[in-house]
Design a protein around this ligand. Structure first.
Ligand code: NAP
Ligand code: MG
Length: 462
């Protein structure tokens, strides 16, 4: 057990203003592995002041120099790759291999992409008799969740720094350790004091203080719709810019001409990865009624094969929440074909990979984000029906379409109300804009679109 007592503010590790701490628990064995300070309003205020003081200098730093610091940061993350993976595995519970490839690998790629974008982006353009400057928005407050703990910090921090903004991050209480590691890498990369600040703490205390702070110009939040709606209202009321990345209930649409076995197997893997704690997971599989029984059999077999290979959920509360949804699915008449509410493990917050058949679109498990290893398989009659079901939730974050013919899949995807669609298993692209239609959010992260979120324009007429 390690007791950490500092927060990274103004380029140094400083003791917290108050005495409270947060216990960090390993969800695989339920042991306390560390404590971190629970920041208060005073700590948030100190961090925002540091970020404001650092803003003029960083905003005036030439983009090529900002790019060089981001490249150094990427190199630092590469050097700490194993440490990052081990830390995420300890505090989130994800299998080490997933931590290596995704939890460490993706943030490295994203940091690298912003090193490149900072160096190449046109921060100045001409239109008619005007010159348009793309200037940093200012001080960014970032509130992040635990499910991809480093990725979500990097997806906000890297574009903000590339744009010339300064940042205060409030990471999730469940996963503060990888956030601390990131702060160390920022420091070693020679990023000036105050440009990046980290305040660990509880959402309703430190998070709320950050959302309400008048010194924050842009609030970027990733997490639940309930919290996003509340703090979005606070920030908008203060005329701050707001970016929200909220939940999803994405559809995996398998059209009749598709390679059914591949579409089902990739679809099951997509849901089970990270124990289902992925906002963009394809948690609704839509299958034509003539292929339905075969698809259900394939999905049940694929889920059963996972067995122990997925990790636990992040905490006891999430496990209870997911079990509650599984019980609700049964109560509403869906048919369990794999998994269920019980766990084979004595310790750890595990839920078995679970598949429901005979799910109808109005059921709770087909409408609400479960955030666990639970797949719902739904039946459709024809393409029109499939589209109606796919678009029939309040969310619109991601999705997939499988077809025999790529053009057919693209034609279907054009009608989907969602921010991303993977065609016939197309792979994740860290440069593609990521974000939601409808109640999945406001704004886009990643790539050049993610950079523009942190810029505002100034036009000079000649
Ligand atoms: P959450 O409460 O929305 O947490 C996200 C972040 O917001 C955390 O840093 C949290 O701090 C902070 N926060 C909480 N209350 C706040 C407040 N009043 N003011 C300011 N910040 C606040 O999400 P959760 O409770 O961890 O998870 C609940 C559900 O949200 C999940 O089951 C899932 O459905 C959804 N979720 C979605 C995503 C996504 O990627 N879209 C990620 C995580 C969760 P604390 O850590 O201290 O709570
Ligand atoms: Mg919470």
């Amino acid at each position: 057990m390690k007791a950490h007592d500092g927060m990274y503010i103004d380029g140094a590790w400083r003791p917290a203003a108050g005495p409270d701490v947060i216990e960090v628990v390993n969800p695989a064995d339920e042991r306390v592995i560390a404590t971190v300070p629970a920041g208060t309003v005073e700590d948030v205020d100190a961090a925002v002041r540091a970020a404001r003081a650092a803003l003029p200098g960083w905003a005036a730093t030439p983009p090529a120099e900002r790019a060089a610091r981001l490249a150094a940061l990427r190199d630092g993350l590469v050097a700490r790759r194993d440490e990052i993976a081990e830390t995420v595995t300890a505090e989130l519970g994800s299998p080490l291999k997933l931590s290596q490839t995704v939890h460490a690998g993706v943030p490295i790629a994203v940091t690298g992409s912003y090193a490149e974008l900072a160096a190449t982006y046109a921060f100045e353009e001409r239109t008619g008799n005007s010159t348009v400057f793309h200037e940093p928005v200012g001080v960014v407050g970032a509130i992040t969740p635990w499910n991809y703990p480093l990725h979500q910090i990097v997806a906000k921090t890297a574009p903000a720094l590339a744009a010339g903004c300064t940042v205060v991050v409030k990471p999730a209480e469940d996963t503060p350790l990888v956030a601390r590691l990131f702060a160390r890498a920022v420091h070693e990369a020679g990023i000036p004091a105050g440009v990046f600040n980290l305040v660990t703490g509880l959402g309703p205390v430190a998070g709320q203080a950050l959302a309400e702070h008048p010194g924050v110009d842009l609030l970027s939040f990733t997490g639940s719709t309930a919290v996003g709606r509340r703090i979005g209202a606070i920030a908008t009321g203060m005329v701050k810019k707001v970016a929200l990345e909220l939940g999803g209930k994405s559809a995996n649409v398998i059209l009749p001409g598709a390679d059914l076995a591949r579409a089902v197997n990739v679809g099951v893997a997509n849901v089970m990865s990270n124990s289902g704690q992925t906002c963009s997971a394809w948690t609704r599989m839509l299958v034509h009624r003539d292929q339905y029984d075969e698809a259900v059999e394939l999905a049940a077999a694929a889920a059963a094969k996972y067995g122990d290979r997925i990790g636990p959920l992040v905490n006891a509360g999430q496990r209870e929440r997911v079990r509650g949804y599984i019980e609700k699915g049964v109560a509403e008449g869906a048919r369990l074909v794999a998994g269920g509410p019980d766990s084979p493990h004595e310790r750890g917050y595990h839920v078995s990979p679970t598949v429901f058949a005979d799910v109808t679109p109005e059921m709770t498990i087909a409408q609400e984000e479960i955030f666990g290893p639970v797949l719902s398989v739904l039946r459709y009659a024809d393409e029109e029906d499939a589209l109606r079901i796919a678009n029939g939730t309040v969310y619109g974050l991601a999705g997939a379409v499988w077809a025999g013919d790529e053009a057919e899949a693209v034609a279907f995807a054009r009608h989907m109300e969602t921010g991303q669609v993977d065609i016939n298993g197309g792979r994740f692209n860290p440069l593609a804009p990521f974000g939601g239609y409808k109640q999945s959010g406001v704004g886009r992260e990643l790539g050049a679109h993610g950079l523009t979120e942190y810029l505002q324009t100034k036009s000079l007429q000649f």
